[in-house]
Design a protein around this ligand. Structure first.
Ligand code: DQA
Length: 143
């Protein structure tokens, strides 16, 4: 089965963008580490990134028929997007939310995430390792 790993705006610049906050690893590195965790669990990964809210909504709809679970870092849309929450509410499998930084240690506007109301679990502040940890958890939730 396939796990969709969805990434929101500005994460295409991961590795170059504010490395003191988000580190030096890229999304390609995230894909490699998640594929390595998933393989022995029988899980493949489809990692996608968009700077456009509606495209993320479309991929969540695609996951309704093609995906067993969703790992999502909605980035700034975490704090604004009812549309992404509503889309995730149409998905029947497990949803895990990942933030590379600890959003609770940062500005107050980052403390609330709409997506958390749908997520089975949330990882924040573990750096890009959070994605691999979420893959491990997917193995448990789907196993
Ligand atoms: C982020 C945290 C968000 O507040 C921010 O807008 C991001 C990345 C994280 O992974 O730490 O773009 O989701």
């Amino acid at each position: 089965s396939t796990i969709y790993i969805l990434n929101g705006p500005n994460l295409n610049l991961l590795g170059k963008r504010e490395p003191e906050i988000y580190g030096h690893d890229t999304l390609a590195d995230v894909e490699t580490s998640c594929a390595a965790v998933g393989a022995p669990l029988g899980l493949s990964v489809k990692l996608l990134q968009s700077n456009h809210e509606g495209e993320l909504v479309d991929w969540i709809h695609e996951a309704r028929t093609q995906g067993a679970g969703i790992i999502i870092n909605p980035a700034a849309y975490s704090h604004t997007s009812v549309a992404i929450l509503d889309a995730l509410n149409t998905f029947e499998g497990p949803v895990l939310e990942v933030h590379i930084s600890n959003i609770h240690k940062r500005e107050a506007f980052r403390h609330h995430s709409y997506v958390s109301a749908r997520a089975e679990g949330v990882i924040a502040g573990f750096g890009v390792e959070g994605y691999a940890l979420a893959m491990r958890r997917m193995g448990t939730l789907l196993g």
